[in-house]
Design a protein around this ligand. Structure first.
Ligand code: 13P
Ligand code: SF4
Length: 355
């Protein structure tokens, strides 16, 4: 209970902060808006306090109206906040699901509620559509950790060794690689190449995790996720001793000692699936903290222990800037066509391997 109250205070403070940083849209919480958004509020009422809903509801109603007018869809990553994830998104999932579903959409406009590399992936797969990223500052420490020149140097150092890149990279880096992967299919992608060794970049910890699951020798790079690298094995063991019967599930971007201390390791979608299907009485999801909120809104008989590591990049996306992106059809994601052609190949090869 104390933890839930604490999480709610953090949420409300964060909300106030983002409201002052994003373009101010003044929309009223009218009786019509209250009625129209009531079913959506029911989806999140366990997570979003009633006093907070009048801040979100006018934007939720306006965004859902704009989506219809512009034939737009919103793709949201599992780390988006509950009012985005449950109330305006049409498609939600991990990076792999978002890429797979981006191919299938017949909308004219795609809004990516996630980070920039995810929007680039959607654009690579939909070159003729308008792809919007509501805040261009939504980057990723992994994508920042490597350049196309770094990949060319690695290839020169390990001639003939195929290069697998995590999707958490720029299109320019993907263009230098043979195939992409996500945390949901990394082992399958590595083994699909049929070689004794691969270069796997940029996430060192994901690469090390893959190495524990395959006989293929993995050459690593030194990129890290600034959110997951903060977790430690000691912290996980501390939670275990503090909470009886705790089941620990972790994302493979965590350091090796965290993964060793976990009961299950998987992509964000695999972690959600674990909680939905196995319903552990008490769970610690070792990943970005909005994900526990999103699952807790929907799965009721599980006690979520929630350490809060926020991804500052994912949190650049707000209802306010989604609304503004839909109104102005800006900022758009554009990729140099020559880069896009090569990068698309790497993404399409991954999609052919599947999950
Ligand atoms: P998933 O592919 O598991 O959704 O992870 C993406 C990500 O950025 C995790 O930090
Ligand atoms: Fe990148 Fe980590 Fe944020 Fe995921 S959580 S987008 S890997 S910085």
């Amino acid at each position: 209970m104390i933890l839930m109250l604490f999480a709610s205070i953090i949420r409300t403070d964060w909300l106030r902060l983002t409201m002052t940083r994003t373009p101010n849209v003044v929309l009223d919480y009218t009786p019509e808006v209250a009625v129209a958004t009531r079913p959506l509020y029911e989806r999140v009422s366990r997570i979003i306090p009633a006093f907070e809903w009048p801040i979100h509801a006018p934007l939720v109603a306006a965004i859902n109206q704009l989506k219809r007018e512009k034939n737009a869809v919103i793709l949201a990553h599992n780390y988006q906040t509950p009012e985005i994830f449950h109330c305006v998104a049409d498609i939600v999932g991990d990076s792999l699901a978002l890429a797979q579903k981006a191919v299938a959409t017949d909308a004219d406009v795609i809004v990516l509620a996630g980070v920039h590399f995810m929007a680039e992936t959607a654009k690579l797969l939909n070159p003729d559509k308008i792809v919007l990223i509501p805040d261009e500052r939504a980057g990723c420490s992994l994508a920042e950790s490597i350049t196309p020149e770094d990949v060319r140097r690695l290839r020169a150092k390990h001639p003939g060794v195929p290069v697998v890149t995590y999707v958490n990279t720029s299109a320019a880096v993907k263009a230098e690689c043979d195939i992409c992967c996500t945390s949901g299919n990394a082992v399958k992608v590595v083994e699909s190449l049929g070689t004794g060794e691969v270069i796997f970049l940029p996430d060192e910890y994901l690469a090390k995790y893959v190495a524990t699951q395959t006989k293929v020798r993995i050459i690593t790079w030194n990129g890290h996720c600034e959110v997951h690298e903060r977790f430690t094995g000691d912290e996980v063991r501390g939670y275990r001793s503090g909470f009886d019967g705790l089941v620990v599930i972790a994302h493979p971007e965590c350091p090796p000692d965290v993964l060793e201390a976990a009961d299950f390791v998987g992509s964000t979608a695999q972690m959600i699936d674990f909680v939905r299907t196995r319903k552990p009485p008490r769970v610690l999801m070792v990943t970005e903290c909005s994900m526990s909120d999103n699952v807790a809104a929907e799965v009721h008989d599980v006690d979520f222990v929630r350490p809060c590591n926020l991804c500052p990049h994912m949190k650049q996306i707000t209802l306010s800037n989604i609304h503004s992106a839909l109104q102005t059809l800006q900022p758009r994601v554009e990729i140099d066509p020559i880069v896009a052609e090569r990068a698309r190949l790497a993404v399409e090869r991954m999609l052919a391997v599947g999950r």
